[in-house]
Design a protein around this ligand. Structure first.
Ligand SMILES: Nc1ncnc2c1ncn2[C@@H]1O[C@H](COP(=O)(O)OP(=O)(O)OP(=O)(O)O)[C@@H](O)[C@H]1O
Length: 381
């Protein structure tokens, strides 16, 4: 009988997920011995990946709850230990799925859709849109990750609440040479801000250092099977945009701009750099568009037409037009959600800006994952 209960406990534990890796702890070989005494005392061995694992409390609680719910269990002891070096090495190898050590996760054969979000200049709301779009996609059931490669303003951790009381980014857990990205609102996030203490450090990095950092994000960070990876690029046409073009030539690009027609020039340039590196322009997103007033009028604080103008310019001479995919209105709630770390698509999905972003997420989901429509890099000899 106790054996049967122990077996049922193992089955119950297969529903407990590691909060960082987002896989069942049984699959991760984190469950050790499970025994049940004749009077129903269950002792469950749990092996954490590393000492001081930040997810330890959550895992222990979930294991306790799952075990206690099994019929025949009267009390639970969770016996927590840490994996041996060999067990950890086996785990990282398993997570890499046989992929060569330090291999690129999002190469041409990957099923993950990679969308880089770029803008001509700073402050147009690129990071705010990236964070909200990611959360909107996750809410629709997709597995989503963000790489925040914006050296000049790595604001993604703050926008999704991955900061401590002092405003510093949460640090990712490292298991040997594998980095586990912190998860916020169902999205796996990695940011330059998690590796440097202040902005000035990263801004001073030269091209090769930036390239190596982004390469490391794409190789050593365990994202698992993602449907969509969003990249928040720095504004403009600098080294990071070129590195992303080289590392992820199959990435698709969203260009964010404001309604100000004068901004179309710089927005167009950032799109052209992406195209030169072989990336496909998915479309333009206009942000900070007209704000509806209580009297029914619309306040066009930043003018009108910048998004359409950018799309028109980027379409010139192309077989396929670059569409204006969305026009996100100015929204106090969108800004406040960014300040508080709870994106507005979660906290107030009815807000007009949230609705436009969610519609954009729905439009992007038409081809969430797969190789369809992708150049396969085959050559006919
Ligand atoms: N639609 C909007 N309505 C109101 N405020 C907005 C909107 N979009 C963005 N903001 C606010 O504008 C500011 C700049 O946004 P954000 O940091 O996302 O821009 P960015 O383009 O990523 O800038 P950078 O690349 O320079 O970091 C933030 O305070 C943000 O809350």
């Amino acid at each position: 009988m106790p054996d049967l209960v122990a077996q049922t406990i193992r089955t119950a534990l297969s529903r407990v997920l590691d909060p960082e890796i987002r896989k069942p702890i049984t699959e991760l070989d984190m469950v050790g011995d499970v025994s049940v005494s004749s009077d129903g005392l269950a002792t469950v061995g749990v092996k954490l990946t590393i000492v001081g694992c930040p997810a330890a409390d959550t895992i222990e609680r979930d294991v306790r709850d799952a075990t206690a719910a099994v019929p025949g269990v009267s009390d639970v002891v969770v016996d927590v230990s840490v994996m041996t070096r060999t067990e950890r090495a086996a785990l990282t190898e398993k997570l890499r799925g046989g992929r060569a050590k330090r291999g690129m996760q999002f190469g041409a054969d990957s099923l993950t859709r990679v969308v880089a979000v770029t803008s001509g200049k700073g402050g147009v709301g690129k990071s705010t849109l990236t964070a909200n779009l990611a959360v909107a996609l996750a809410r629709r059931g997709l597995a989503v990750g963000i790489v925040d490669a914006d050296v000049y303003g790595f604001s993604i951790p703050g926008l999704v609440g991955l900061v401590d009381a002092s405003g510093a980014s949460v640090k990712p857990t490292q298991v040997d040479d594998m980095i586990l990205p912190p998860v916020a609102h169902g999205v796996k996030v990695i940011s330059i801000g998690m590796f440097v203490d202040d902005t000035s450090t990263a801004v001073a990095w030269r091209g090769p250092m930036l390239h190596r950092t982004i390469e490391q994000f794409l190789t050593d960070v365990y994202f698992g099977d993602l449907d969509v990876l969003l990249l928040d690029l720095p504004p403009g046409t600098g080294d990071v945009a070129i590195s992303v073009g080289q590392l992820l030539p199959h990435a698709e690009v969203l260009v964010v701009t404001t309604p100000q027609p004068a901004a179309a020039d710089v927005a167009e340039r950032s799109g052209l750099v992406a195209r030169q590196t072989g990336q496909k322009l998915l479309g333009v997103v206009e942000n900070m568009a007209g704000l509806a007033q209580p009297d029914g009028s619309v306040l066009q604080l930043f003018g009108e037409g910048g998004g359409a103008e950018t799309a028109r310019r980027l379409s010139a001479g192309q077989d396929e037009a670059v569409p204006l995919l969305a026009s996100v209105p100015l929204s106090m709630g969108l800004r406040e959600g960014g300040d508080s770390g709870t994106p507005i698509v979660l906290s107030d999905p009815g807000d007009p800006a949230a609705r436009v972003i969610d519609d954009l997420a729905a439009a992007l989901m038409v081809r969430p994952r797969g190789l369809a429509g992708r150049k396969l890099g085959l050559s006919v000899g």
